[in-house]
Ligand binder design. Structure first.
Ligand code: FRU
Length: 542
């Protein structure tokens, strides 16, 4: 019996929306169940969470190639259905120089890399609504990390190994190929059992990708199916794959695999035990060196915040990493990467001139209601930050390329009188005295407050007087020192506040009405330097 015969039993290829292959079954989800033929080959027709799934016994005709062929058919349909989702939803909150999705929900940046003369950046995308559902990899390219070009969607959740999401991962530019390593996510049955594999897709031209399926299809011992987000690094003449993992006793850890050829992988071990009980899952690892220092990025979920105002379980930080002489790595000195409301799942890459540049998701898991949702899109990526080490500490700073957007600098004496910048897109530098308060995006009844709170010795970001719909309204950054130097990059519905030359950063989306373009300062008046920013050529920027 041919694959085509099975597909015709399901009402033809246009009626097929998903393929799954758990155990000895082949499951095909269909759009219209009335088109399914009556056949003894069908073991069952099940309704799983509103989806009709036709189950067959998996026979030999469903070899690897046949399954990939079904995947390609589904992918063609999914690509066609994207035509509408790539029309940019109009919205006053749309950023003018950050990357945001045309419609639907954006989350993690993925596959950030320089390859064959240009930068590639992908992101997790659910195109059809502002919810976390079967993720795609959207794809952008850029000559300069500022102006981005939309490319055909690189990966869709079309195959038996990624039918419920082409989850996060990194890229490698290797032997002229662009290689994407990602996590394939599938959910089986009513109980949505999670099946996780680590998968590979490659491209010769950097635009069209061929999926090769799972390169790791079993779970290592001692972990749950929460193991994902591969990062590939070269170490001692081998390739290492780092994964965020959860142990069977629900502890977040780093899993490492090793390979000589990037296709066959051996499990090496679980690492990060030094951190003990430090969250129930670690997501989206990264690993890189700057000079002699090696750093690991992890996203621990379920750790306590130092701040009583932070009730969110999802955190993000950086740790020192040291390769051990026998195998594996040792972690120490965890520090938060960002102290604002919206920063998660960052990725870094190396520029041709040797700079380590980081981009993160300006958003958080679980949070799916903000004013932009009313116009059909949600979340954005952060600006690109150069990472460096100063006095042994990691420092973040906006990449120099962003200056290309800046209009001439202007000096403004800020006081409680306020100043109307007439734009929400600017790069502002100011020194705050303890006891003063900087109000950004000020309008009728709205403002974002940055308070140099002397009694708490903290810089406090307060979004209680904005259109924010998420639960927390306060973030704080403990600070010592006499003065607080700020560089603030703002863009329609976001601020990224670099504190004391990049020692710390507070990143947040800030929703205010369109005319909230005033800035004021209570306390001692102070001179601010400001550059209004022009829009970039970012797809869907306003
Ligand atoms: C982090 C994350 C990743 C996962 C992806 C799915 O935000 O949960 O661990 O691969 O999002 O979209």
């Amino acid at each position: 019996m041919s694959v085509e015969h099975y597909l015709s039993l399901c009402g033809g290829k246009n009626n097929i929306t998903r393929v799954l292959a758990p155990d000895d079954e082949l499951i095909i989800a269909v759009e219209d169940v009335s088109k399914v033929a009556d056949s003894s080959l069908i073991v069952a027709i099940r309704e799983v969470l509103g989806e009709h799934q036709v189950a067959f016994k998996r026979t030999r005709c469903f070899d690897e190639e046949a399954l990939l062929k079904i995947g390609r058919m589904i992918s063609e349909q999914q690509q066609l259905a994207l035509a509408n989702a790539t029309k940019p939803a109009q919205c006053p909150h749309r950023p003018s120089w950050h990357i945001s999705p045309p419609q639907g929900l954006l989350n993690d940046p993925n596959g950030f890399i320089f390859h064959n003369g240009e930068y590639h950046l992908f992101y997790q995308w659910y195109p059809h609504a502002c919810v976390h559902k079967d993720k795609y990899w959207a794809h952008l390219t850029s000559p300069d990390l500022v102006n981005w070009q939309w490319q055909p969607v690189a990966l869709t959740p079309s195959d038996w190994f990624d039918a419920h999401g082409v989850f996060s991962g990194h890229a490698l530019s290797h032997q002229n190929q662009l290689m994407l390593f990602y996590t394939g996510n599938t959910r089986i049955g009513e109980q949505r059992d999670r099946h996780t594999t680590q998968c590979l897709a490659t491209s010769q031209d950097g635009i069209h990708f061929t999926k090769h399926g799972p390169i790791i299809d079993q779970l290592p011992e001692g972990v749950t199916p929460h193991i994902r987000d591969p990062k590939i690094v070269r170490h001692n003449d081998s390739w290492l794959m780092l994964l965020g993992a959860q142990t069977s006793d629900l502890k977040g850890r780093l899993a490492i695999y090793r390979s000589e050829d990037l296709h066959t992988w051996q499990f090496d071990g679980l690492y990060g035990q030094e951190f003990g009980d430090f969250g129930y899952m670690w997501e989206c690892p990264d690993l890189f060196s700057i000079g002699d220092e090696t750093f690991a990025v992890i996203g621990p979920q379920g750790i306590e915040s130092f701040s009583e105002h932070n009730t969110i379980p999802h955190h993000n930080g950086i740790a020192r990493a040291r390769f051990k002489s026998d195998k594996g790595i040792e972690l120490s000195d965890f520090e938060h990467l960002d102290y604002g409301f919206d920063f998660y799942a960052p990725q870094t890459m190396l520029t041709p001139d040797g700079r380590r540049v980081m981009c993160g998701w300006m958003g958080l898991p679980d949070e799916i209601d903000q004013p932009s949702v009313d116009n059909g899109w949600l979340h954005q990526l952060t600006l690109m930050r150069e990472l460096s080490v100063k006095d042994g500490r990691l420092v973040q700073w906006p990449i120099a390329e962003l200056d290309a957007l800046a209009q001439p600098e202007q000096s403004i004496m800020l006081s409680d009188q306020g100043y109307n910048l007439e734009t929400k897109s600017f790069d502002l530098s100011i020194e705050l005295e303890w006891g003063s308060q900087l109000n950004l995006f000020e309008g009728e009844g709205s403002k974002l407050m940055l308070i140099a709170d002397q009694s708490r010795r903290a810089l406090v970001m307060d979004r209680s007087q904005t259109l924010n719909r998420a639960q927390d309204t306060i973030r704080e950054l403990p600070l010592t020192g006499d003065k607080i130097r700020l560089r603030i990059l703002a863009d329609s519905s976001s601020v990224e506040v670099f504190i004391n030359d990049g020692d710390a950063v507070m990143t947040s989306r800030v929703f205010t009405e369109s005319h909230a373009t005033r800035i004021s300062l209570t306390g001692t008046p102070s001179l601010a330097r400001v550059k209004r920013l022009n829009p970039s050529r970012a797809p869907f920027a306003v």
